[in-house]
Design a protein around this ligand. Structure first.
Ligand SMILES: Cc1cc2nc3c(=O)[nH]c(=O)nc-3n(C[C@H](O)[C@H](O)[C@H](O)COP(=O)(O)O)c2cc1C
Ligand code: SF4
Length: 488
């Protein structure tokens, strides 16, 4: 995980939890009725991948237990993890790229609805991602992966040399000398592993993304509706395909890159195709970044432009995140793939208590306020969801009262205590397990291991029927809360 040169460690701020009476009158626990988006309250669990699907992307019993446990806490909305829209292998991440995935997703929705007594709205986050390969060893890169061209011959003054001779000559150069010989993309492939970019328009399937993705998203959204979801969240954030189209670093010259309008074109076309495919009451929102936090990346000014246009187009909610990019990711070890949450932008996305002087709490709130102001000034009432370092009732109340957002999301705090919303509503705040914002869960995600929370994954391991992680050392779900009253 990224650290600034002079890291500052922040203590968890003191909190005051509401009484049941205060919670009943609280903004956070008040309903939201805005266009198609109707929520029992303004609490929101942002998407978190738990690494519990089958290798083929199917829902498992572990996936069902995971979302049921979140639904026990009765959030207003629960966003189900990033789910692939294409029918391509993606390891144990959910997929919605074919009808065969619908029955599993249907069971997932049923479990959430039953556990929350129908209170929780459930949305499926739809994602597309491009290929990324593991970092090769230096020898393997020059022996197998580099495509030798005359540019390499010229650069090392070896015009008549065979491919094999060029490979050997390049492999013998120092890293410094290679900087002058290899292109930026070749250097990236050598040091980080080959990664497809949306700007690789010389590659047919990447050139064709504007033609293929609207249909892929629309078909997946239709399957989400068949499965019973209340809506979908189009994943236009972090390191993935759609965010890369929105990025200021998208220089595609085919009308889908360059200025803000052209970068927005595919995300809008995807939305329009999705909207046209689902029923009129089905919710379609999106998640995007208020800032990419990478050199040359999109800024708040871009986000404001996108937000107003998304609102104008008729998106049902705007869920805001920040950072989480590949461009500043740490170099992976040989044999591992780069991971987008390891650089500064990754820290901005899931900030920890050790970081810069400002600290991890509510880092996206000022940007959310600016986005929401612009959307309202343009005459739209589209609800804005903010997340990032939310840890307390009073913090959420202040965000809502000040008009920085309409809905407040908490990912890691809800993972730490999936019952925390319900506990607050019942005046049981003193029993809440508080997230320490140190990202043990995120490290598991990064290692592609089943995600759990360090505050509960070793508790009551001998409980009858407890499901353990594949390493046999951790429980996969938090123990159930012992409710002192019959909570409804
Ligand atoms: C284990 C883990 C998995 C995540 N998976 C996703 C994901 O699938 N999609 C997404 O948009 N964000 C994902 N995130 C980011 C969260 O939704 C959220 O934006 C981030 O954790 C900051 O919010 P927080 O401070 O409330 O945790 C994930 C975060 C964690 C910790
Ligand atoms: S593992 Fe750490 S950061 Fe993650 S939810 Fe638990 S306490 Fe919070």
């Amino acid at each position: 995980m990224w650290r600034p040169v002079q890291p500052v460690k922040h203590p968890l701020p003191p909190v005051r939890w509401p009484t049941a009476h205060e919670a009943e009158r609280a903004y956070w626990f008040s309903p939201l009725n805005s266009g198609r988006l109707c929520l029992a309250d303004r609490t929101w669990v942002p998407a978190m991948v738990p690494w519990r699907a089958t290798e083929e992307g199917f829902v498992t019993e572990e996936v069902l237990d995971w979302y049921e446990r979140f639904a026990d806490g009765e959030p207003g909305a629960l966003v189900v993890e990033a789910t692939g829209v294409r029918d391509v292998p993606s390891g144990p991440l959910l997929r919605a790229g074919d009808d065969r995935f619908v029955p599993g997703l249907q069971r997932l929705v049923e479990r959430v609805k039953t556990a929350s007594g129908g209170r929780t709205s459930v949305f499926l986050q739809l994602i597309d991602f491009l290929a990324i390969k593991r970092r090769p060893s230096r020898d393997a890169y020059f022996a197998r992966y580099l495509q030798v061209t005359d540019r390499h011959r010229r650069a090392i003054g070896a015009d008549g040399a065979t491919d094999q001779q060029i490979r050997e000559r390049l492999a013998a150069l120092t890293d410094e000398a290679l900087e002058a010989v290899l292109s930026e993309r070749e250097l990236e492939a050598l040091h980080f592993g080959l990664r497809e970019h949306v700007t690789d328009t010389e590659v047919a399937h990447i050139r064709d993304l504007p033609r293929t993705l609207p249909e892929a998203f629309a078909a997946a959204a239709q399957r989400a509706e068949q499965a019973g979801f209340d809506g979908v969240e189009l994943h236009y954030a972090h390191a993935y395909t759609m965010a890369s189209f929105l990025s200021a670093r998208n220089t595609r010259a085919d009308g889908y890159g360059g200025d803000q309008e052209q970068r927005l074109r595919l995300p809008l076309e995807v939305f329009q195709r999705v909207r046209g495919r689902v029923s009129p009451t089905f919710v379609v929102g999106c998640r995007f970044l208020t800032e990419e936090v990478i050199p040359g990346g999109s800024t708040l000014e871009d986000a404001i432009f996108f937000a107003v246009e998304f609102a104008r187009a008729g998106l049902d909610f705007l869920s805001l995140s920040r950072g989480g990019k590949f461009e500043d990711a740490a170099q992976p070890r040989v044999g591992a793939a780069a991971y987008p949450y390891t650089g500064r932008s990754g820290w901005e996305c899931m900030p920890t208590v050790t970081g810069d002087a400002r600290g991890p709490f509510g880092r996206n709130v000022d940007n959310a306020a600016a986005v929401r102001r612009a959307v309202r000034a343009a005459g739209f009432s589209t609800p804005v969801v903010v997340a990032g370092g939310i840890y307390s009732f009073e913090q959420a109340e202040e965000i809502l009262r000040s008009g920085a957002a309409d809905i407040v999301g908490a990912a890691r705090q809800t993972l730490a205590d999936q019952d925390w919303f319900r506990k607050m509503r019942l005046g049981l705040g003193h029993t809440i397990r508080r997230c320490s914002f140190t990202n043990y869960c995120e490290a598991l995600d990064q290692a592609h291991r089943q995600v759990t929370c360090k505050l509960w994954d070793r508790l009551d391991l001998d409980e009858p029927g407890v499901r353990l992680s594949s390493d046999g050392r951790r429980r996969l779900g938090a123990p159930r809360a012992a409710w002192p009253v019959s909570a409804t």
